[in-house]
Write a protein that binds this ligand. Sequence first.
Ligand code: EPU
Length: 341
Amino acid sequence: MINHSFIQPDFSLRHHNTFGIDAKAHAYLRVESIEDVQFVRSNSALTQLPHLVLGGGSNILLTRDFDGLILHMCNRGIQIIGEDSHATYVRAAAGENWHDFVQWTLDQGLAGLENLSLIPGSVGAAPIQNIGAYGTELQDYFHNLSAFDFDTGETGVLHRAECAFGYRDSIFKHRLRSRMIILDVTFALPKQWQPNLRYAELAQALSAMSNAPTARQISDMVIAIRRRKLPDPAVIGNAGSFFKNPVVPPAQRTTLLAAHPQLVSYVQGDGNYKLAAGWLIDQCGWKGKTLGCAGVYEMQALVLVNRGGASGKEIAQLAAAIQADVRERFGIMLEPEPMYV
Ligand code: EPU
């Protein structure tokens, strides 16, 4: 059981957000188990403070110091909890590193998560924005999760339908934001696995192989593509894609296409079109540009970077300038992917 002495006051979050922004938290606690969260909830001094649950810090923008308590999820553990004729069920604690978890599943010969290799962040944060890459989303292999309800003090299991997964979206970004603390996530990894090569660049990269690729080979290729196109947060501070790809109805896409024949768009299951936000930003001339200490990554205009010593405000100012230009030129308001704190 923890006590007050484990709570660190005036704590720098610099090494706990992948932008590397030097903001401070009023108080900070490493959460190793559910008892730590229960302790916080039962302590009236602590419940008065706003709290922020932190995973790998790869999807937040700290625009100022946080005047509350950071609950940093650090619980660990990965295990196979069962199987049936369709799937093997694997449970991972929220504090596990996402990429290490994916590699662990592949080491066990379990396929499914390979397209999601090298995504920064933690297992517990992954459902919040339904992480996705190279044609796969977390929801495709999600089974359920357990979460501590800060309002009731109870732990419950949430199934897929209750999580309301969408494109980089879930109920944890809305109604249950800051109420539910995700403790662990269980995945159903299929017994009958097929490689997912829907994403053209991945299919192209693997096309020279004579046999169908293994999950491990796909993982290795995804890692190679990501390393080529995306900055390593350990070297250049960033939070991956800074904006969501906007989804527009067919009529709006037709109008845009008439004015911009090179427009990059992908039809969705519902007939709407997803536009490449990176292309829109690129067309506005922002790629490689710098504003203060914040910049737009040279290889991928969708990624904002900390060029060294940037504040969260500077990143937010750059994001706002990009939003204004894209709106003026294309009539589209880009929506940030990371959560502003
Ligand atoms: N493009 C440009 N200029 C740029 C960037 C992109 O013209 O500077 C155009 C290119 O035509 C390119 C297209 O946009 O073909 C799409 O770019 P890319 O394949 O790099 O994918 P994205 O739409 O920019 C999305 C995800 C990424 C994910 C990749 C691969 C979002 C917001 N981003 O990026 O996710 O890795 O697809 O699946 O959906 C993340 O969420 O942090 C992230 C990195």
